[in-house]
Design a protein around this ligand. Structure first.
Ligand code: F1P
Length: 346
C-alpha cells in the first residue's frame, strides 16, 4: 500500500518518481468531473471507483469503455480529469482513448500494473498498482490492487476536500490495512468453492447479481467465468433483474448473489426471494455470521466482514476461485484461455 502511495509516473522521463498521488491529489480535488476509461476487468475496477469518488469526494464520475470512447466525439471540458486504468498498460483501446482525451486538453492519470508500459509513459501522472506479474491472461490480483490504489486516491482527495469526516477517513484507512488478512482468509474458502464448482461445472448459463459496491463485482464474476470456463454468464445489478433477466430464471439457472451485509442487504434478501420463487439455484456470498441468507440459499460462501466500500476486494475472491475450479474441472487452460490475449494491442 505504501508503495502505491509513493509511486508516480513521470510522463517526460517515463520513469518512476517519488511524490505521486500526494501532489496530484490537488488536481483531483479541484476536478469538476472524473472520466474513467478502461477495458475488461479494469473497467470493472473503474465502476467500483465511481462509487468511491462519488461517495467520498462528491465528484461526478463517468466510467467509459475505452473501446467505445475512442470512436465517439466525447465532450471533455477544462476541469475534467481522465483516469486510465490498465493492468498491462498496453491495451490499444485504452491507449487510443488516452490520446483522444489528451487531444481535447485532458490531464491523464494512469493506474497501471506494468512499470514503464506505454500507458504509464503516455499518462501525465499516475500510480503503479505493484500487483506483481499476472501469470494468467485473465486479470485477478490486478483487480484487487487497482481497487486498493483507487480507494486510496479517493480517500486522500476526500480528506483534502473535506467531504469525508475525520472519523470515517481513519476508519477506512485502518480497515484498508486489514484487507490483506481478509483476502488471505477468503482464499482459504477454496474447499467449499471446489465442491460448488463440481456441482455446476456443466451449467450452460450463470447469472451474477449484486447491488451497490458489489454490483461491479457481479460483472467481474461473470466475466471471469466467461473468460476462463467458456460458460455464458451475465452480471446485473440485482435491482435490474425485474427489468428483464428474471425471465431467464428456472431450476436450471445458477444465480450467484454477492449478498454481503451492507446498506442494500434487505433489498438483496427480497431479490433472493424472487429467484427462489422461480426455483433458481442460489449461491450466495455472504458476510461471516449472517443467519438469514444462509437459510434461503442452496449454497453459501462466507467471507470476512469488512466495510462495505472495501468489500469488493474480498467478495471478488470466491468468484475468481469459482471460475478457476469450474475451468479446471472442464479441462480448460486457465492461464491461456482460447481467443484471449494478455494485452489486446490491436
Ligand atoms: C484489459 C483486459 C483484461 C482481460 C484480458 C484482456 O486489460 O480486458 O481485463 O482480463 O486480459 O484485456 P488491461 O488494459 O487491464 O491490461
Amino acid at each position: 500500500i505504501s508503495d502505491c502511495m509513493r509511486g508516480r509516473l513521470d510522463a517526460n522521463a517515463g520513469r518512476l518518481v517519488l511524490g505521486g498521488i500526494r501532489e496530484y491529489a490537488n488536481k483531483l480535488v479541484n476536478a469538476d468531473r472524473i472520466v474513467i476509461v478502461a477495458c475488461g476487468t479494469s473497467w470493472h475496477a473503474g465502476l467500483v471507483a465511481e462509487y468511491f469518488f462519488e461517495e467520498f469526494c462528491r465528484i461526478p464520475v463517468e466510467v467509459e469503455y475505452a473501446s467505445e470512447f475512442r470512436y465517439r466525439n466525447p465532450i471533455i471540458n477544462e476541469g475534467d480529469v481522465v483516469i486510465a486504468i490498465s493492468q498491462s498498460g498496453e491495451t490499444a483501446d485504452t491507449l487510443a482513448a488516452i490520446e483522444l482525451a489528451k487531444s481535447k486538453g485532458a490531464i491523464i492519470f494512469g493506474v497501471c500494473n506494468v512499470v514503464g508500459s506505454s500507458i504509464a509513459r503516455t499518462s501525465h501522472e499516475g500510480a503503479y498498482t505493484h500487483a506483481g506479474p499476472e501469470i494468467g491472461v485473465a486479470s485477478t490480483k490486478a483487480f484487487t490492487a487497482q481497487l486498493t490504489v483507487l480507494n486510496m486516491i479517493a480517500l486522500r482527495v476526500a480528506h483534502k476536500k473535506g467531504t469525508i469526516s475525520e472519523r470515517r477517513y481513519h476508519e477506512l484507512l485502518v480497515e484498508l490495512e486489514n484487507i490483506p488478512t481478509k483476502v488471505e482468509k477468503a482464499l482459504k474458502l477454496e474447499p467449499i468453492i471446489k465442491e460448488i464448482a463440481e456441482l455446476f461445472k456443466d451449467a450452460r448459463n450463470f447469472l451474477y447479481l449484486g447491488r451497490g459496491f458489489n454490483f461491479p463485482v457481479a460483472l467481474e464474476g461473470a466475466l471471469k467465468l466467461k473468460e476462463i470456463s467458456y460458460i455464458h454468464a451475465e452480471g446485473y445489478p440485482a435491482a435490474e433483474m425485474k427489468h428483464g433477466p428474471i425471465a431467464l430464471i428456472d431450476e436450471e439457472m445458477p444465480v450467484v448473489f454477492i449478498a454481503t451485509r451492507d446498506s442494500s442487504y434487505d433489498k438483496v434478501v427480497s431479490n433472493i426471494q424472487e429467484v427462489k420463487a422461480r426455483k433458481g439455484k442460489v449461491i450466495a456470498v455472504v458476510t461471516e455470521g449472517d443467519v438469514l441468507i444462509p437459510k434461503m440459499a442452496e449454497f453459501v460462501i462466507e467471507v470476512p466482514k469488512t466495510d462495505e466500500a472495501l468489500m469488493p476486494m474480498v467478495s471478488v475472491i470466491p468468484l475468481q476461485l469459482l471460475s478457476y475450479h469450474i475451468a479446471v474441472l472442464r479441462g480448460c487452460n486457465v492461464d491461456q484461455p482460447r481467443n484471449l490475449a494478455k494485452s489486446v494491442t490491436v
